[in-house]
Design a protein around this ligand. Structure first.
Ligand code: HEM
Length: 395
């Protein structure tokens, strides 16, 4: 509906981020909550702002669907050529997130309901070598080492350009992906795509913790919005200020054997009760776990190899988990290919590596989950109206 005047529409911001320049520039009334619906609006659309200090799709309240794409840049492409295409992709993303067709959109009607669409771009390790920019890559950014639990399938490893596309409508995800892939084709090939989903409103209350495919409340002790500054965003090098790093691990859940575990043992594995999400030392979900508590036999209530103990670094460094589930094929016997698209944002990938090392060494959960894919990306900062994602490195 690109031919309808924007002023007839209602734009609602669904996320945490400030109101973006795109909506403000069109002079459209912007509301802060989904329930503030104005009468006589015929076509409400829900928009997450594209512009801002940080890229959208990280602090944004997680949408129900994701497709994460990894693209490889063809040999011989230089930084200028890559920049020209990235600029076009960024402009496509900007238009699509506000409910407008991308330039040259062959299915423009599919763009009209973005349903909180966000598009987040990231740069892989090898990209910097290919573009002759290795000196701009920060030293703390490395390819993850292989862990003993890993059974990596090369089909889900690495990539030069990462595009995370999220929306509450899977149709909007599919359409955005189609447009972005088409516009990248002149210089890039698809390396992998991974699709995922998670519980969101109205299935769960706003702010409530979703359950993953293993049945657990997953995300309880994530940093709050106020804590994200310290956990997620970077202050250097200059081109990466207000950016981040993203790790995506495809972790298969061994559901046949997990289903055979009795409920009390499942609680022990995590260190929290599966039904309420409360730590084994507490009563409700957001009680702080007491890692010193012991039972009548002087054994720790939260076991030494419980997941929440292994996943906690003693120096307090944290990651921000924005995980999705995947659930793909079934074998003829009905065994599912399912698990987590474990997506983590943190200022520095070494925080993730140190945490995964502790998990690798001794985490009971390892018996029922297997990492089969792994990739890491530098996430450039957001941009202002008129700008584009990646301009601080390539502009
Ligand atoms: C399929 C694999 C995984 C599953 C099913 C899983 C599940 C869970 C569950 C149920 C919790 C407790 C509730 C919560 O705070 O969210 C938790 C906590 C946590 N997980 Fe995982 N997790 C997985 C993999 C990982 C990995 C790979 C990492 C990082 C390398 C990780 C890091 C954490 C952290 C940091 C916490 C919070 C610990 C704390 O309370 O301080 N998890 N996870």
């Amino acid at each position: 509906m690109a031919d309808k005047p924007m002023s007839r529409r209602l734009i609602l911001t669904g996320g945490l981020a400030a109101v973006g320049g795109a909506a403000a520039a069109t002079g459209v009334g912007v509301l802060r909550a989904r329930d503030e619906v104005v009468e006589n609006q015929d076509e409400p659309i829900v928009v997450e702002p594209f512009h801002g200090r940080h890229q959208a799709g990280i602090a944004t309240v997680p949408q129900g669907h994701v497709a994460v794409l990894a693209l490889d840049v063809a040999e011989g492409v230089d930084a200028d050529r890559f920049a020209a295409v990235l600029r076009m992709l960024s402009h496509d993303a900007e238009r699509l997130t506000r409910g407008e067709a991308a330039l040259g959109d062959t299915e423009p009607q599919l763009a009209t309901h973005p349903a909180r669409l966000t598009v987040t771009f990231g740069f892989g390790y090898a990209l910097f070598d290919k573009l002759d920019l290795a000196d701009r890559r920060p030293d703390d950014f490395t390819v993850l080492p292989e862990f003993t639990v890993d059974e990596l399938d090369p089909a889900f490893v690495g990539g030069d350009l990462m595009v995370q596309i999220c929306s509450d409508d899977v149709t909007a995800v599919a359409h955005a992906m189609r447009m972005l892939v088409k516009d990248s084709r002149s210089i890039m090939r698809v390396r992998w795509v991974q699709r995922g989903f998670r519980q969101t409103t109205p299935v769960i209350e706003p702010g409530a913790t979703p359950r993953n495919v293993m049945g657990q409340l997953d995300g309880t002790s994530n940093p709050t919005t106020d804590e994200l500054d310290a956990v997620v965003w970077r202050d250097g090098p200059d081109w990466l200020r207000d950016g981040s790093t993203m790790v995506i691990r495809r972790i298969r859940a061994e559901m046949e054997t997990w289903d055979a575990v009795d409920p009390a043992a499942k609680d022990m594995v995590i260190g929290r009760r599966n039904d309420t999400g409360a730590p084994l030392t507490g009563r409700s979900e957001h009680d702080e776990p007491d890692f010193d508590a012991v039972d009548g036999l002087r054994l720790p209530v939260i076991a030494a190899n419980a997941h929440i103990r292994r996943a906690r670094l003693s120096d307090g460094r944290r990651i921000f988990r924005r995980a999705y589930n995947y659930d793909d094929q079934l074998t003829p016997h009905g065994i599912p290919d399912t698990g987590l698209l474990f997506i983590a944002y943190q200022s520095d990938v070494t925080t993730f590596v140190d945490m995964q090392r502790r998990i690798d060494e001794a985490d009971m959960l390892n018996s029922w989950v297997t990492p089969v894919g792994s990739a890491e990306f530098l996430i450039p900062p957001g941009c202002r109206p008129g700008g584009w994602i990646g301009e601080t490195l390539l502009g």
